[in-house]
Design a protein around this ligand. Structure first.
Ligand code: NAP
Length: 312
């Protein structure tokens, strides 16, 4: 088995940027994509705040361009998912086990991002794709001229609600409090949109399905009074945040309470020498495309320095 200089895990902004830097520095990285090639930006529409695109750019287009740029400098892609990473105490080499095989590497950059959260209601998993989804961009167009709802009060919820007004007859925004967490500009746009109706202090406690097993409504519960009210909607778009994808690393990293990888302060390095983390998997604060890309760059430079130090 060849020993790779650097394996990058994850094909989002952080992973592709790390790949651009390490390949341009001639380290011939192997990038293992995972299931969501292009990462979270492939589930968004227009990105207006990535520098260099004054007219905005579609998320999937931006990610495709990043992949092309990484491949142009010699990044090799493996379309597999990583299930485990371990490090040999004697050789100091990493073993990266995937769905399709196993790789050895001198260094690893983890850029696996974060996965959408659901409410945890009994039977919820079986409804995903049957009127329950966490991706408005992917599924919004299926729900034309029918009422839908978005759950959450952050920027994602507001963005998804606005996007869905293009298709749905009505978009209810269900939030567990009476104040949105989203940025001021998003709050203003959301509350000014006539097709969006906020439902404050409320959570979903049950899903109602039709004879085919597709969602046809939800039962809401007021978080203050406890009162329950049915709401007929054809689709529920979940936007209540994400869980960082770090469990496959076992004890190689320390994590905070929410599962985000802890790094050595001021660096992308983790507690395991040669293992670096970048992007949403290690970032509870900013979680932006550009901040992820910045961390990917920093992780790549740290990995390059490590490889030079160990005599690569
Ligand atoms: P978020 O900011 O963490 O917001 C999650 C929302 O879901 C909160 O309103 C939260 O309620 C609610 N929530 C969490 N758990 C819940 C539960 N179990 N039941 C009901 N509601 C629940 O997540 P996000 O909106 O995905 O945004 C993540 C980050 O990405 C943020 O930093 C955001 O600014 C950024 N972002 C930026 C853009 C942009 O700039 N264009 C777009 C999307 C996201 P509480 O408010 O009560 O906690």
């Amino acid at each position: 088995m060849n020993t790779e200089n650097v394996i990058i895990i994850g094909a989002g902004c952080a992973g592709y940027t790390a790949a651009i830097y390490t390949s341009r520095a001639n380290f011939s990285p192997l990038l293992i994509t995972g299931g969501q090639i292009g990462g979270q930006l492939t589930t968004t529409t227009e990105v207006e705040n990535f520098p260099g695109f004054p007219e905005g750019i579609m998320g999937p287009d931006l990610m495709y361009m990043m992949q092309q740029q990484a491949e142009k400098f010699g990044t090799r892609m493996a379309y597999e998912s990583v299930v485990e990473v371990t490090k040999d105490k004697e050789t100091h080499l990493f073993t990266v086990k995937t769905s399709g095989g196993s790789y050895k590497a001198k260094s690893v950059i983890v850029a696996t991002g974060a996965t959408a959260r659901y409410l945890g209601i009994l039977g919820e998993e079986g409804l995903v794709g049957r009127g329950l989804t966490a991706c408005a961009t992917c599924d919004g167009a299926f729900y034309r001229n029918v009422p839908v709802c978005v759950v959450g009060g952050g920027d994602s919820a507001c963005e998804e609600a606005a996007f869905l007004t293009k298709f749905a007859s009505k978009v209810y925004l269900i939030h567990r409090r009476d104040t949105l967490r989203a940025s001021k500009i998003m709050v203003e746009r959301t509350l000014a949109n006539e097709k969006i109706e906020p439902i404050w202090d409320s959570t979903i406690v049950a899903y109602h399905t039709d004879d085919n097993g597709d969602v046809e409504g939800v039962m809401l519960q007021n978080t203050i009074t406890g009162e329950r009210t049915p709401l007929p909607v054809k689709c529920v778009f979940m936007a209540i945040g994400h869980t960082p994808n770090s469990s496959f690393l076992g004890d190689l990293v320390d994590r905070d309470d929410a599962g985000y990888i802890r790094r050595i302060p001021g660096l992308q390095a983790t507690k395991t020498v040669g293992l670096f983390a970048a992007g949403d998997v290690t970032d509870p604060n900013y979680r932006q495309a550009i901040s992820s890309a910045g961390m990917g760059c920093a992780a790549a430079i740290e990995a390059e320095r490590y490889l030079l130090e160990i005599g690569e």
